[in-house]
Write a protein that binds this ligand. Sequence first.
Ligand code: UP5
Ligand code: MG
Length: 183
Amino acid sequence: LGDKKVTVVFVLGGPGSGKGTQCSNIVEHFGFTHLSAGDLLRAEIKSGSENGTMIENMIKEGKIVPSEVTIKLLQQAMIKNENDKFLIDGFPRNEENRAAFENVVLFFNCSEEEMERRLLGRNEGRVDDNIETIRKRFKVFVESSLPVIEYYDAKDKVKKIDAAKPIPEVFEDVKAIFAPYAK
Ligand code: UP5
Ligand code: MG
């Protein structure tokens, strides 16, 4: 990324906690560019890249793709973009991912019961939105991703948001955090 000084906010939370939904709101109101690691990985599968099959198998199992693959996609997306404000959605999600970056973290906190309801109701045809994979995603989240959030929390970098509320109310809380970055 050279000498460009960029603001990077990590947006973390369990599967279906509303990361993508609130990122769209933040983009609209605060001029950030939204990079969803999951979306970039899904686009990589669609593009027919040599890693596509491996990525698809990992996602189907709810497992975490090796950092080098995800980081390369994130870096390419950041280099291509003129913006200096990025939301990185769904990354880092384990210790291996975490070692690569350091920054502010937005944590969407939501119960598994509510996240499960949202994922089963989403209906976008995602290969991982079935009850079997959802349970695996929750397990990986608790075992691998929550420790990352705890790591940042111990450094006072986590802004925790109650993601169980309705979308507009969650966004009110998000707005308060993003006020310093207003356009
Ligand atoms: N909804 C949202 N907010 C709501 C609210 N407040 N009240 C009621 N409903 C609400 O929301 C999910 C659904 O809930 C939507 O229908 C929405 O309208 C509704 P969404 O905003 O899509 O939630 P999000 O947190 O983005 O859920 P998502 O399923 O995308 O989270 P995951 O973390 O599981 O998915 P992601 O795409 O990030 O990753 C998928 C897989 O990719 C991972 O399991 C992994 O295999 C792989 N991956 C990696 O390996 N490495 C990475 O770095 C990233 C991903
Ligand atoms: Mg998402």
